[in-house]
Design a protein around this ligand. Structure first.
Ligand code: ATP
Length: 550
């Protein structure tokens, strides 16, 4: 199926079956905000639950997991969305959490500068000399066959715009927008605009949403909606150490909403302005931090595959040295081949970063910056710390080795909505299956991992008489009591009911038929293999439970 149709079909299914709706849809929607419907809320809750179980509830703190240097503790927190504004000054978000923004004065379109690529517009030489550059065309993306895609009519418009008889787009000499020399910016053309030179210079745009605490909307009362959950763990490092029995190394995890006023929210829930993060800060001794970085990077990669992401759709991309934040010694992104991307391209699901001691030291001493290869407190014009830290001692004392030090931090930071979207995209299949008359029909099926499926089992009476609905209702209630998400459906032909369950990813369908009434057995149909087994009603709940575990 072509990639673009695939994404459209997934979005359509998400709406039709109640996974995801546009926020405030009846008022025309609000760009960058999404609502989860009855099935979406369950799917997302299961993603959250799988992450929390892996990090906290199923974590065994006595034994050493494979690949880890030693055993470790894991605890959770839930911190507030609005924090002391100093948190964001010290963390660097206040100064640095900005994207470069470019506006088109004519079309009012807005672009992230790093999403634009400028292609040279040149007049080719007839005498073999170098072509003359007469301007630039800005386009979103980095497609090599840009000119071909835009076609001849585009070239005509461009010639008119640049008032030349002959002009070509020079692809070989691509330059990132920000690298353009100043005088030439005026000639940059947005292909959607009629006039040339309508794009503004790139300017900073802070992504943090502002609000006010208390009655007065003054500067002193200004606060921010958190753009990440991580700072909640750093500022509570001492509280967690003092109030629980954790010993280094240990992790503190949190799941919660974050907000970023993204310039160009796009690609369904992939880039939203309100989203949920699943972040964990792992505090360890500096001498072991590289080993822990590798451990968490690999473990997080495997988590996605254990929940059904195919290896060929997932990559682990180590950042090049120049991509790293100034405090980081290593960062890797886990990226997924989302269907809205071109073949061979991947979108970030999660970043795993080695943050060194940057955060704890900054919150203690004042915002740090790098000078001559060292992290030092950044000074303001008066020679004092530009942004004061808390002044609290955020070091750790190891009572075994009698050593005091500031722990290093490894941070796996995942997006819950992006993970949910990736699982949804991965699960989406169209295959062939027989209908009620045995004829092969196209079947739309979500092959969700059983742990993630919103409904685990559906119960159907084959017909609406002969005591079948009563028997099916009793079985339905047994599943309810066992805490297994169950649906009941007695409407329409059995094939239609199977299809409805396939479409929402229900792994098993139980059908009560004539034999149930005489032999106390039912059929259990497997969503993926379509195989039907006869199972005794007495063993049914245990049977389904064990198959759900896989
Ligand atoms: P991007 O480069 O895509 O903007 P990022 O590197 O800024 O992402 P992080 O700050 O590392 O993202 O946040 C951790 C995770 O939070 C991301 O990997 C992603 O899954 C999720 N996330 C970040 N921004 C958004 C957003 N606008 N919408 C949905 N999820 C997001």
């Amino acid at each position: 199926m072509p990639t673009e149709n695939r994404m459209e079909n997934i979005v359509a299914l998400a709406k039709r079956r109640g996974f995801v709706f546009q926020s405030s849809e009846i008022y025309g929607g609000l760009n960058g905000f999404w609502d989860y419907g009855p099935l979406g809320v369950e799917l997302k809750r299961n993603v959250r639950q799988a992450w929390w179980a892996d990090m906290i509830t199923e974590h065994d703190e006595i034994s050493t997991p494979a690949g880890a240097p030693c055993s470790f503790d894991m605890v959770g927190v839930e911190t507030s969305i609005i924090m002391h504004p100093q948190v964001w000054k010290v963390s660097g978000h206040y100064d640095l959490f900005a994207d470069k923004l470019v506006d088109c004065r004519e079309t009012k379109a807005r672009f992230r500068a790093d999403h634009l690529t400028c292609y040279s517009v040149v007049v080719p030489s007839t005498t073999g000399e170098a072509p003359t550059r007469i301007g630039y065309v800005a386009a979103v993306g980095t497609t090599d066959d840009f000119a071909e895609q835009l076609g001849k009519s585009f070239l005509k418009r461009m010639q008119t715009a640049f008032a030349r008889d002959k002009a070509e787009v020079q692809i070989g000499d691509q330059q990132p927008f920000l690298a353009l020399p100043v005088p030439e910016r005026a000639t940059v053309w947005n292909p959607e605009a009629k006039a040339v030179g309508t794009l503004t210079d790139p300017r900073d745009f802070n992504l943090m949403f502002e609000t006010f605490t208390g009655a007065l909307q003054s500067d002193e009362n200004k606060a921010f909606l958190r753009p990440e959950t991580a700072q909640g763990m750093f500022v509570n490092f001492k509280n967690v150490c003092d109030s629980s029995r954790v010993k280094l190394p240990f992790g503190v995890a949190q799941i919660g909403k974050s907000f970023r006023n993204e310039i160009t929210p796009r690609n369904f829930t992939f880039r939203s302005r309100e989203f949920e993060q699943m972040e964990m800060e792992f505090f360890c001794h500096p001498s072991q931090s590289l080993q822990w970085y590798q451990y968490w990077r690999d473990r997080r990669y495997n988590w996605y595959m254990q929940l059904g992401i195919a290896k060929e759709n997932l990559i682990l991309r180590e950042h090049a040295q120049e991509e790293l934040a100034h405090y980081s010694v290593g960062t890797a992104d886990l990226e997924y081949a989302f269907p809205f991307l071109e073949a061979g391209q991947y979108g970030e699901l999660e970043g795993v970063a080695h943050r060194g001691d940057f955060d704890l030291r900054s919150h203690s001493e004042g915002k740090l910056c790098k000078e001559n290869g060292q992290l030092v407190v950044e000074k303001g014009p008066d020679g004092k710390a530009k942004y004061q830290g808390s002044g609290k001692d955020l070091s750790y004392f190891d009572d075994q080795t009698r050593e005091r030090f500031v722990p290093h931090v490894i941070e796996p930071a995942a997006g819950c909505d992006r993970a949910t979207l990736a699982f949804l995209c991965e699960a989406y299949h169209e295959d062939q299956a027989p209908d009620d008359k045995g004829e092969m029909q196209t079947r739309l099926v979500l092959k969700l991992h059983p742990k993630l499926a919103p409904v685990k089992v559906a119960v159907f009476p084959l017909i609406k008489k002969d005591g079948m609905p009563e028997k099916a209702a009793a079985i339905y209630r047994e599943f309810k009591q066992a805490g297994i998400a169950v649906a009941y459906d007695q409407q329409a032909a059995i094939g239609r009911r199977y299809r409805r369950m396939d479409e929402i990813g229900t792994p098993f369908c139980v059908t009560v038929d004539g034999d149930t009434l005489t032999a106390d057995t039912v059929t259990v149909r497997d969503r993926d293999t379509l195989k039907q087994d006869r199972v005794s009603v007495k063993e049914l709940v245990d049977h389904v439970r064990s198959r759900l575990r896989g």
